[in-house]
Design a protein around this ligand. Structure first.
Ligand code: GLS
Length: 802
């Protein structure tokens, strides 16, 4: 958008006067922040209205992306960047003596997600918009997003994240477009004219109120919307109770309804089988589908062409209720018969699986499911009955297989099977993950309908992670290869010609140092620790989960500690180990691991012989905006999950494009990162996924892998040297909670990891060689852009022409 400085000043002044009754010169910092956001929102609204009009005329196909999570992070800088207006706003504000960076700093993260899965959804909204696609995201307007984490004496404490206080500036409430969602109640069945009519009675109505957030894209005419549903009681106040003087009771119904959208469940890669959670899921699905269908029927006067005009995407199983709910609406509210309704459902819905972790495959007890959603339960049973009939023809008499594939079995409703039965396309999120899906957990479905399955390797909104978070690097790249890469990330390959170029390597080193200094400043402020920017910055930033093996990293650090203690002159390249991770509130082992990291940090820091060589830092409250500070400063990217468990990873891609070199197993998208950069530009270690399988088959005995060095480290966990005795952790490395061997095989991979770490230390000493590796990583990161991924979704899954 083309605005001059004076025009921008006018916009700011007018808005500030209208909202706060003062000019921007007299505004408080908070008022200035809000004014700026409102002005940006107005600009987006104007663009949106043009885009929607153009689109309406074209009658193209559009996508609705259903996700319980969108980890939006901050929007202000991103929107200004995307609109190409950052510098004009900066100078207009500067003239008013307002520093735009201090306004940026006021914005809370919209933390409506847990980790990779939620962030991916936001990256895809960005890419859809940048590609000019009409795409709408649907989720929940959690009043409290992912909790704020504080570490007190090594323990994680959770505090509510009241993001709306400053974050609601981006939202537009549209009360008049609300829908009623029905929970509980009973069903009445009547036969009229040979047709069964089901009426849902005595239900608890909850109103879903939509709030729109505009999503901008880079250099595009498009502006999309993320629609967030908020739960509310349709009856604000129970007047009868109120007149009786029962004031609290009179508000009870409202409170009960509102609780549905109160808080995001902080579980990542595992399920929280709570009643409230299924209500959240149904609220999202039912409200979104009602709104999609209403809009469609207004425009086309029929739903027969729904699959031609609309793709509805189920992001992981959390919105899997789309399957029975779409069927229900078509039958109960639009009068379709089963076969026609099912045909529309199956041609409209698509599904992405994001994990093979068995504890994350959602299942609901039938009793809970049927009590909360009686009509939906009835429909699920019918889907199940018809499917089982079909499967009986394909796998006659193979009861075990049919049971395994059924949406309803053993007293549970299984959401993944529901998606597999209904969706016409199903994808995994990296080559390895998609292979695992078709060769193991979804094999039986794959055998019947192989064409249904495909892969889309994840991608990132790289303009946020490179151009906005690391403008210094982006500008160097522009000087070297021009700015084509800002539209087309694969153009980064042009950097390869600078391999070995002394000047370029030196510039890269300088930029990295600047970003490391910035992180060091943050750490000094947040943790009160001084870290040395000339040490290797080795980072592991992601959710705390046993399969991600933060423990492997910790064991290795303890080993390094021993090496230095034994020989204070040992040849160790100074290293700063940076951790940041949130643990699910109820995940005790994960919390213990955080405590262990803090204890190791203290041990290292208290020892004069060691602290100049290694530092361990746990930065609290990991979130998108913190990642934007850590990632540009990273040199080593720890991606060390046990092979076969990390579906893809996306932090690995963000780190890579900022020049960090991966130290990892051949898991998830690391496999493809390795394919891109070649084995010389990545530090690989550990078992491959087939080797892991093989070891399980042979029988895994951790004790067999305990070397003398490792024994010494393991003993430290319980000896008291760390202040606390970490008995549980020590046991978990040898056995799991059922008394069988540790499912994450940390010990089996230790020796190979230790050696890889040794190589890292050595190779880093040759700064130019290491920077060359870094350069190759940046150059080869283009394929991991969300633009590429969304194009693949459009082509192979949604059937949308771009
Ligand atoms: C996740 C996976 O664990 C990640 O490997 C993946 O990158 C991400 C996005 O596809 O999805 N699944 C999940 O439940 N949480 C994730 O972050």
């Amino acid at each position: 958008m083309n605005y001059k400085k004076d025009e921008v000043t006018n916009l700011l002044n007018t808005k500030c006067m209208n909202v706060f009754g003062c000019s921007i010169d007299d505004a408080t910092e908070k008022q200035a922040y809000k004014t700026l956001c409102y002005v940006v929102k107005d600009l987006l609204a104007e663009k949106r209205s043009k885009f929607a009009k153009q689109y309406k005329e074209k009658e193209g196909k559009q996508v609705y992306y259903m996700s319980m999570e969108f980890l939006v992070g901050t929007s202000l800088r991103n929107n200004l960047y995307n609109l190409g207006m950052e510098s004009v706003f900066k100078s207009a504000l500067k003239q008013k003596k307002i520093d735009i960076n201090s306004l940026y700093a006021m914005e809370p993260d919209a933390g409506l997600g847990n980790g990779g899965l939620g962030r991916l959804a936001s990256c895809y909204m960005d890419a859809m918009t940048s590609l000019g696609m009409m795409g709408t995201g649907f989720s929940i307007r959690y009043e409290f997003g992912i909790f704020k984490q504080k570490i007190v004496d090594g323990w994680q404490m959770e505090f509510p994240d009241n993001w709306l206080e400053m974050g609601d500036v981006w939202l537009n409430r549209r009360e008049d477009e609300s829908f009623i969602i029905k929970f509980g109640g009973t069903l009445k069945e009547e036969w009229t004219d040979g047709k069964l009519k089901v009426t849902h009675e005595n239900y608890q109505p909850v109103m879903a109120v939509p709030y729109d957030m505009y999503i901008s894209g880079y250099d595009t005419d498009a502006v999309n919307k993320l629609v967030l549903w908020s739960a509310k009681s349709p009856n604000n106040l129970d007047m009868t109770a109120f007149s009786r003087g029962e004031y609290v009771r009179s508000l009870e119904e409202n409170t009960m309804a509102e609780v549905i959208s109160k808080i995001l469940y902080p579980a990542d890669d595992h399920i929280e089988g709570k009643r409230l959670r299924i209500k959240q899921q149904y609220l999202l699905v039912s409200a979104s589908l009602q709104s999609i269908l209403l809009k469609h029927i207004k425009k086309y006067k029929t739903l027969d062409n729904l699959p031609d005009k609309v793709a509805i995407h189920i992001n992981d199983t959390h919105p899997a209720l789309c399957v029975p709910e779409l069927t229900r609406i078509l039958i109960d509210e639009y009068g379709y018969d089963w076969d026609k309704a099912w045909d529309i459902v199956t041609r409209t819905l698509t599904y992405t699986n994001h994990t093979v972790m068995s504890e994350a495959l959602e299942r609901w007890p039938e009793s809970l499911f049927s009590a909360e959603l009686p009509r939906i339960y009835q429909i699920v049973l019918e889907i199940n009955r018809r499917l089982v009939q079909k499967l009986n023809e394909v796998y006659p008499g193979d009861i075990a297989k049919i049971e395994y594939m059924s949406p309803v079995a053993h007293g549970e409703v299984r959401m993944a099977n529901l998606c597999l039965a209904a969706c016409h396309k199903v994808n995994g999120v990296s080559k390895l993950h998609s292979d695992i899906l078709i060769n193991s957990i979804f094999k039986d479905y794959y055998n019947i309908e192989p064409d249904k399955f495909t892969n889309v390797t994840n991608g990132i909104a790289y303009r946020r992670w490179l151009c906005q978070s690391n403008p210094e690097l982006a500008s160097l790249i522009k000087n070297l290869i021009g700015d084509k890469f800002v539209h087309d990330a694969t153009a980064l390959e042009g950097l390869l010609k600078y391999k070995g170029d002394k000047n370029v390597l030196e510039s890269l080193q300088k930029i990295k140092l600047v970003k490391k200094q910035a992180l060091a400043k943050y750490i000094s402020h947040a943790n009160g620790i001084n870290v040395d920017p000339s040490s290797i910055f080795d980072v592991q930033i992601k959710r705390l989960h046993e399969y991600k093996r933060q423990l492997l990293n910790v064991l290795q650090i303890l080993h390094m500690y021993n090496v230095i203690k034994d020989n204070p002159n040992a040849d160790i390249t100074p290293r700063t180990f940076v951790f940041a991770a949130k643990a699910s509130a109820g995940y005790m082992m994960a919390k213990q691991i955080i405590r262990l990291i803090s204890a190791v940090a203290d041990l290292v820091d208290s020892d004069a012989a060691v602290r100049d060589k290694i530092k361990v830092v746990f930065i609290e409250d990991y979130k998108v905006s913190l990642a934007e500070i850590i990632i540009p400063a990273a040199e080593i990217s720890e991606q060390i999950s046990i092979a076969g468990k990390e579906a893809s990873g996306t932090g690995n891609m963000k780190l890579m494009i900022n020049g960090a070199v991966t130290l990892g197993t051949l898991d998830g998208a690391n496999v493809e990162i390795c394919e891109q950069v070649g084995k010389d530009n990545i530090f690989l270690f550990g078992m491959t996924a087939p080797e892991v399988e093989e070891l399980w088959r042979k029988g895994y005995n951790p004790n067999f892998f305990v070397t003398p060095e490792l024994k010494r480290v393991l003993d430290m966990l319980t000896s008291g040297i760390l202040g606390t005795r970490f008995e549980d952790i020590s046991k978990s490395l040898l056995t799991n909670s059922f008394g069988t061997a540790d499912a994450y095989m940390t010990i089996a991979d230790f020796e190979s990891y230790r050696q890889a770490q040794e190589r890292v230390g050595k190779e880093y000493l040759n700064r130019d060689k290491f920077t060359d590796m870094s350069l190759v990583n940046i150059a080869k990161a283009g394929i991991f852009s969300a633009d590429r991924a969304v194009k693949e979704y459009a082509d192979n899954i949604w059937n949308i022409k771009l």
